[in-house]
Design a protein around this ligand. Structure first.
Ligand SMILES: [Zn+2]
Length: 133
């Protein structure tokens, strides 16, 4: 799945940047995803939950900021937001617009971490609870 490999590389990159904060937990990951990045947010969320299990990102929120498509129109000499992905034409003069200036982003915008040492060690809190009454 496309989204799963994206999420896997996000987890990898976030884990790498956590090396400077031993024991830190990730609370939130914000992504910038362009409308042309061909990413389905629901799939991202689903894959994020799977891919972050047993990692410092487990339980973190995934926030997806969708970035609108902006095209440059030579005739208008302007960068304009594309009103619909169905038609790549300048919203102002109608000229064909193929010069995409924004909308292909797929990047981590920010990461929020909790690096305060907690009372219980993360390993202990992960011990499965007994199901017996
Ligand atoms: Zn135009």
């Amino acid at each position: 799945m496309h989204e799963l490999s994206i999420v896997a590389s996000i987890v990898e990159s976030v884990t790498a940047s956590l090396a400077a904060y031993p024991g830190a937990r990730v609370l939130e990951v914000r992504l910038r995803v362009g409308q042309l990045a061909s990413v389905v947010e629901d799939s991202l969320q689903f894959c994020f939950e799977i891919a972050t299990a047993e990692t410092p990102l487990e339980g973190a929120r995934l926030i997806v900021n969708t970035i609108p498509v902006v095209v440059h129109c030579d005739a208008c000499n302007a960068d304009l937001p594309l009103p619909s992905l169905q038609s790549f034409h300048c919203p102002s003069c109608g000229a064909p617009a193929s010069d995409v200036r924004q909308g292909r982003e797929l990047e981590i915008e920010s990461i929020e971490i909790d690096d305060a040492p907690s009372a219980a060690s993360p390993d202990e809190s992960r011990v499965p609870q007994s199901l017996s009454p």
